[in-house]
Design a protein around this ligand. Structure first.
Ligand SMILES: Cc1cc2nc3c(=O)[nH]c(=O)nc-3n(C[C@H](O)[C@H](O)[C@H](O)COP(=O)(O)O)c2cc1C
Length: 208
């Protein structure tokens, strides 16, 4: 199953365009393998609340590592409400062979809509091994290896570190469309060609 998430606040979004192309190719190559699309901007998941933290504390304290056992943590009506939000989100991730995330860079990092989803589905000592993660991203500037802004990339670095460190995922692919602001910002207009090249390479990467 392909779980496809989008997080851009824009409809005419580059990260959505790239994730859409990837999804189309995957679905053609895997007919009948299942597909779920979740638009985290149009239909945001709520931030975690206190009852969610109680579920998390219980899982930690009782050394529950199997996702299928998390529901043992539900003891109160408030925790039941919190679990009613978590359960379908977790079911989707567990069922996925590939998790595809279309995300912009916002303020050097990821949109809060994507962070809210990650907070909801993440529990202590949780493994999602065996799945592939693909991230299609768009950024206003350029953050590639060797560029002055490389150290400021807390989008790829954060997601890569988190997927590997917490979920145990090694198979993570990033595809970036960079310098999108060259289309808008007069100060970046001279870098328009670099944007065109970056976008063309990103399209090539997702369409194969
Ligand atoms: C709230 C906000 C914050 C942004 N922060 C950054 C940033 O820190 N660095 C950057 O290069 N571009 C930044 N941008 C530009 C976006 O990354 C760029 O517009 C990108 O195309 C957004 O992805 P999308 O086309 O999928 O919506 C920001 C845009 C918005 C709306």
């Amino acid at each position: 199953m392909l779980l496809h998430l989008d997080a851009s606040a824009r409809r005419a979004s580059y990260s959505r365009r790239l994730s859409g192309m990837y999804a189309e190719r995957w679905r053609t190559a895997h007919p009948g393998d299942g597909y779920v699309h979740r638009d985290l901007a149009a239909d945001p998941v709520p931030h975690i609340g206190e009852a969610w933290t109680e579920l998390c504390d219980y899982v930690l304290e009782h050394e529950i590592s199997e996702i299928s056992r998390y529901k043992e943590a539900v003891r109160t009506p408030a925790q039941q409400d919190a679990w009613a939000i978590v359960e379908p989100l977790l079911d989707e991730v567990v069922a996925a062979d590939v998790v595809l995330i279309g995300t912009p860079m916002y303020n050097y990092s990821i949109p809060s809509s994507l962070k809210a989803w990650l907070d909801q589905i993440t529990f202590p000592r949780m493994s999602l091994r065996g799945r592939s993660f693909v991230v299609t991203s768009a950024r206003g500037g350029a953050y590639g290896p060797g560029t002055p802004r490389e150290p400021l990339d807390h989008q790829e670095r954060y997601l890569r570190d988190f997927f590997r460190g917490h979920f145990g995922i090694e198979d993570v692919t990033f595809v970036h469309a960079e310098l999108v602001n060259a289309l808008l910002d007069p100060a970046l207009r001279h870098r328009r060609v670099e944007h065109d090249r970056s976008l063309a390479a990103a399209i090539e990467a997702v369409t194969g």
